[in-house]
Design a protein around this ligand. Sequence first.
Ligand code: WT7
Length: 653
Amino acid sequence: MTEQSPALDNLLTENRTFPPSEVFAAGANADAGWYSRAEADRDAFWGEQARRLSWETDFSRVVDWSGAPFAKWFVGGKLNVAYNCVDRHVEAGHGDQVAIHWVGEPGDTRDITYGQLKDEVCRAANALVSLGVGSGDRVAIQLPMIPEAIVAMLACARIGALHSVVFGGFSPAALRSRVDDAQARVVITSDGQFRRGKAAPMKANVDEALAGAESVRTVVVVRRTGDEVPMDPARDVWWHELVEGQPVQHTPEAFDAEHPLFILYTSGTTGKPKGILHTSGGYLTQVAYTHHVVFDHKPGQDVYWCTADIGWVTGHSYIVYGPLANRATQVVYEGTPNTPHEGRHWEIIQNYKVSIYYTAPTLIRTFMKWGEQIPAGYDLSSLRVLGSVGEPINPEAWMWYREHIGAGKTPIVDTWWQTETGAIMISPLPGVTATKPGSAQKPLPGISAKVVDDTGTEVGPGGGGYLVLDKPWPAMLRGIWGDEQRYRETYWSRFAEQGYYFAGDGAKYDADGDIWLLGRVDDVMNVSGHRISTTEVESALVSHPTVAEAAVVGATDPTTGQGIVAFVILRGNAAETGEQAVQELRNHVAKEIGPIAKPRQIMIVPELPKTRSGKIMRRLLRDVAENRQIGDVTTLADSAVMDLISQGLKTGK
Ligand code: WT7
């Protein structure tokens, strides 16, 4: 186990519980019997959940784990994912139901019904086909939170092409490495995006990224900001010109349950992001099931809002696929939470009568900072379920969320999962679970997870260790794009003997056997719910000509969970000193990876603490970054190094 931060230690003394109200329990989508039913016959349970979907050809077997760690779910089944998310709702007579209440940052809005969404997805699918995109091809998407992003994803799914969505905040270099890795044939982007009240360029980013990118034939550009952008007539085409003239008829083809659906890149412990691969039938089954039970979603009644960006897995699973498969009416908001004012989210909840709200702890802590008087100015009485995702939620933030957003009564679901798991794995069930502030509590019915020690043995009540998933699950990743070896090594080698999936998170059981997540145990940081690897930031730093060596740690941060703190040794001949060098390096990292990876703090140091085998002792650097007494230095190759670092920092050299 790695050391825990003091903030996380507080988690473990938390002992309040909040049982569900009788009224909520009586109307809840799930009940306690689901756990025992799933336990008694896991395959039958998942077979039943798969019936939420429309299958063109029925599956003959629920799961085939004989090729572990490569699973096959719903063997022999065929379906079309986009048909399941759109067409079937229209066919069932819900064409006039609003699918998306879209709210643009500048205040423009669009309501899109399932009928309209179907037409748009069909047009876009025809458009992609006209560009020569077919089943199995890769399409990269870098778009702001506009309806076209969802339409583009569903259009890919409809024709069996894989989308690879790249977060809008990623740099040209980051986009390029993803485009190259997946050999994307088409890139879909926009002229620009609205961020904090201003139009920022996007196409320019893409142009820079794609210079000389050989796989890319076409760049499709959505008009959003209206800003002038250069168009390359040999490569670029406007979305509206391409899509608007297309027929609204498109016959969805049924694909195998294991047909790839998308690739989504996430940071690992090395510098190179991993292309996490997800497939169709199992993924859609689990996102639909979890969206139904974890949020207690009632189609036609609830108004659901997940505040994530589609560039992350939360947006894929809980804006696009889960909610749409379940015929949700949802809010999609383009912008930042304090534009034009700090009550923007509450105003949207009031206006659209949002009943289910799903957000991240970092944002909840930001709302706390802005003050409870802000939400108090709005009518939030429509809310009936609140969700949290992305990092451990501290009890203070949980209680604030419950009191000031949930009127002291709304159930909170703290949902643990990962890009790799595809869907929620550990979470309370509203109306079923007595919730505890700060705990994700229990694996969902059908899911199995354990906390184990170093040897893979399950720890007892009160014990801590590593979180593992000991049984395959429908939405599990099917590999890392183009790198089978890395897939086996990263997730399946740590507990190979037991055949457990290693999640990379530390966890603990409380006396009731409920699970408390304690953060990453590897070199992955969690900054505002975004996963960033220390190595990735280190490589960005050392790519700067003035840097000789760099070490990066995630330090506890009251708002963002962790903040990136870098220790840098400058080259002997570096001209810049102090502040100047620090500014330059922070900008350099933003340029290499994206603004989300900009270090909070960079300390210029003369040496780095290393073991005799040359491994950087990040534990000691974390002590410095978190202003703690420096821990045990006996395994350092040179025990004077920490003194040197501390002294240098005090004198500012
Ligand atoms: C990592 C996965 C899941 C979508 C967003 C992040 C951390 C996520 C929780 C939670 C404690 C959490 C874990 C996990 N994490 N949710 N409810 N409690 N930790 O997806 O970028 O793949 O990151 O986020 O450390 O491993 P991701």
